[in-house]
Write a protein that binds this ligand. Structure first.
Ligand code: APR
Length: 167
């Protein structure tokens, strides 16, 4: 089971082998964390994503990290659920995002991986429930990943992830 660390900051500045982006199925980039990662990685990220698209909600695919600073070598694109009230399988899809991202990290040999708070921004997933899903899924998924950094972009998300990690 990987060491899980909760940090506050910008995921594009993380010192890890792979960073996970909260994408949409086109993998062409967007706003939020996806926009920040695409801006930092450069236009080749969208070109590589387009070649692999569409990515279904709950799935994950890896591309090179292009212009992102070393040691980041991979971007793992995962597509979260759009929150529609909780009765449409959103929790299962978010669980799958974390599980599939770890599986893809194993496939590319990434041992240090940073995750954003997937689906809790534009997609509207309640952040407290998302934090619990993130921690429990990472703890339950067999993986060779040794270190997971959960990167919060705001204090509320940081507090929720920290509380979930200590529960
Ligand atoms: N570093 C870390 N976290 C960030 C950063 C950043 N630079 N920028 C934003 N975040 C955080 C947000 O504050 C939120 O907590 O990432 C979390 C996820 O929010 P979104 O980026 O809006 O992702 P999501 O809710 O999954 O929506 C995905 O938005 O950007 C588009 O293309 C994307 O269509 C997709 C949708």
């Amino acid at each position: 089971m990987p060491v899980i660390e909760v940090v506050l900051g910008d995921i594009t500045r993380e010192d890890v082998d792979a960073i996970v982006t909260a994408a949409n199925e086109s993998l062409l980039g967007g706003g939020g964390v996806d926009g920040a990662i695409h801006r930092a990685a450069g236009p080749r990220l969208a070109q590589a994503g387009a070649a692999l698209a569409p990515c279904a909600a709950g799935d994950a695919v890896a591309t090179p990290a292009f212009d992102l600073n070393p040691p980041v070598r991979h971007v793992i694109h995962t597509v979260g659920p759009v929150w529609e009230g909780g009765d449409y399988g959103e929790a299962d899809i978010l669980t799958s995002c974390y599980r599939r991202s770890l599986e893809v990290a194993d496939e590319v040999g990434a041992h240090r991986v940073a995750f954003p708070a997937i689906a809790t921004g534009v997609y509207g997933f309640p952040p407290a429930r998302a934090a619990t899903i993130a921690i429990s899924t990472i703890r339950a998924t067999p993986t060779d990943v040794e270190h997971v950094r959960l990167v919060a972009f705001d204090d509320e998300t940081y507090d929720l992830l920290t509380a979930a990690a200590q529960a």
